[in-house]
Write a protein that binds this ligand. Structure first.
Ligand SMILES: [Zn+2]
Length: 498
């Protein structure tokens, strides 16, 4: 029957991996000119589920419904084909593939399917949703269409990233997310080492001991003046003062995480949920002792984690490789790993994880433990690489605009790139543009200004997104190749450990 369809519409492209039969009808995706559609095809009119929104057509001895890839149809697709719904990924190696444009998923899947990593496709923080002017549901729907298009049936995760409140959780539950990354960074108390003796004791006694279900004395007793022998490695003993200052720093992180974890369990007992704790956006690196203290306390309070994102030593700037002492990173990573093994083998999560090639080599070479890597902006940069190749004029406009936005937009980021180090427009030949995507300064300038380019609220940027999307549709194959090559480079350093 599909052969007949192919012959009747020779100008359409059928995405072959999507073809699936259910209750007497074939479901598949096609591309007609620049748009793609869901087709439901059957010789039997009754076998076509007309609750999908679409246009009913006939073809000799057969009927088909041609459906827009809208939210209504995505929901029906998830009901009918459970593999298009997000599931729990568990403590398996996994990769977070943020897709701010909503069109990178297929290429992501092509790369990921060459490995044993599990994909976390829908991954957006509240901040990213606001900056890109998208909803959690749109992001989820893009993931649904992606796995349907490539016929991926092993199950993908969906990560509500950097959630801070109960309302954030509600939003992500509503849209079907399954991984909840709790960001308690507002509860971290910095500069605790500078407290006077009196302040230290005062702040320590003021911690929410009732919520912690323990006493100030018991915590000091439990953690001070002893080495913690792990299955691999040792956490050297610390003083009572260090225990107290670490508790001041992270005590409310612990109680806030517990509160959100209980909220999820009590309000949504039937919703599949796994929890990541992210403390990556703090001023100082998380020491192994602090990591141990946080998870040991969470464990005592009955909070189970699927992953934890420490703030590692060195610099994890957006869009460029790791800067810092790689040997130190490796040593500390081993201890972090040993702590994770001690408390149930949760994954270590690497945020701002794109383009950290030296870190992947280091982790891959350890050949131990499970890892989750989060990437997002790097896919946007591959979209821009494609635009630079395919439509240099549009790229020049985006670059100039981004340079102008940089000072304002970089504020919430940890970043050192400088627009002044990018050659001025009139010195750049068209063939130089694509090379800028390999330049750290240009990458960071383009990286942090994505919101200004994509949300269209400023009249000066209003049609950038539309023009980019159009360009990427016309050059779909080039875009996919760029993305796939880029992610192959991200994933291959880990393959030694598989
Ligand atoms: Zn993060």
């Amino acid at each position: 029957m599909i052969q007949k369809y192919r012959e009747s519409y020779p100008n359409e492209r059928i995405y072959e991996e999507s073809v699936i039969e259910d209750e007497g009808a074939l479901f598949f995706l096609i591309r007609d000119h620049l748009e793609s559609f869901l087709i439901i095809l059957s010789e039997n009119k009754e076998s076509i589920d007309l609750s999908f929104e679409g246009e009913l057509n006939s073809m000799d001895n057969a009927y088909f419904l041609k459906c827009q890839k809208n939210q209504h149809n995505a929901e029906l697709l998830r009901d009918r084909f459970p593999f298009t719904k997000a599931v729990l990924v568990g403590k398996n190696n996994s990769y977070g593939l943020g897709d701010r444009l909503g069109n990178a998923g297929v290429a992501h899947m092509k790369s990921i399917q060459k490995t044993s990593f599990r994909p976390v496709l829908a991954q957006q923080s509240i901040r990213e949703l606001q900056r890109t002017n998208r909803t959690a549901q749109e992001v989820m729907d893009a993931a649904t269409w992606t796995v349907f298009q490539v016929g991926y049936k092993e199950g993908f995760g969906a990560d509500g990233d950097h959630l801070k409140t109960e309302a954030d959780i509600d939003l992500m539950i509503e849209a079907g997310y399954t991984m909840f990354t709790i960001d308690p960074s507002e509860y971290v108390v910095n500069n605790v080492m500078e407290l006077s003796r009196d302040d230290l004791h005062k702040k320590y006694s003021e911690l929410p001991w009732e919520l912690l279900s323990t006493t100030p004395e018991a915590v000091v007793e439990m953690y001070s003046e002893k080495d913690f022998q792990l299955k691999s490695g040792t956490i050297d003993k610390v003083s009572a003062k260090m225990v107290m200052s670490s508790m001041i720093k992270y005590g409310r992180v612990i109680t806030h995480t517990k509160k959100l974890s209980e909220y999820l369990k009590e309000k949504y007992p039937d919703h599949p949920a796994e929890l990541e704790l992210s403390v990556d956006e703090t001023d100082e690196p998380t020491t192994p002792f602090e990591h141990y203290l946080i998870v040991s306390e969470l464990d005592r309070l009955g909070v189970e984690l699927v992953s934890l994102a420490p703030r590692f030593c060195g610099d994890f700037e957006k869009g460029i490789d790791f800067k810092g002492d790689l040997e130190q990173f490796k040593q500390e990573y081993k201890l972090h790993l040993a702590i994770a093994e001690e408390f149930g083998g949760y994954k270590l999560s690497i945020h701002s994880g794109s383009d950290k090639f030296s870190v992947y080599e280091a982790i891959g070479s350890l050949n131990r433990g499970a890892v989750h890597v989060k990437t997002a902006g790097t896919s946007y940069l591959e979209a821009l690489r494609t635009v630079a190749e395919a439509d240099p004029e549009l790229f020049r406009e985006i670059l100039e605009y981004s340079k102008g936005r940089f000072e304002e937009d970089k504020k919430t980021y940890h970043i050192t790139g400088k627009p002044s180090d990018i050659p001025p427009d009139d010195e750049l030949r068209d063939e130089d543009l694509v090379k800028l995507l390999n330049d750290d300064h240009a990458r960071q300038v383009l990286h942090v200004t994505y919101g200004s380019i994509l949300n269209g609220s400023d009249p000066g940027s209003s049609d950038f997104k539309k023009r980019m999307m159009q360009c990427l549709k016309v050059h779909e194959d080039l875009y996919e190749i760029n993305l796939e090559n880029h992610f192959d480079k991200h994933l291959s350093p880990f393959l030694g450990s598989e």
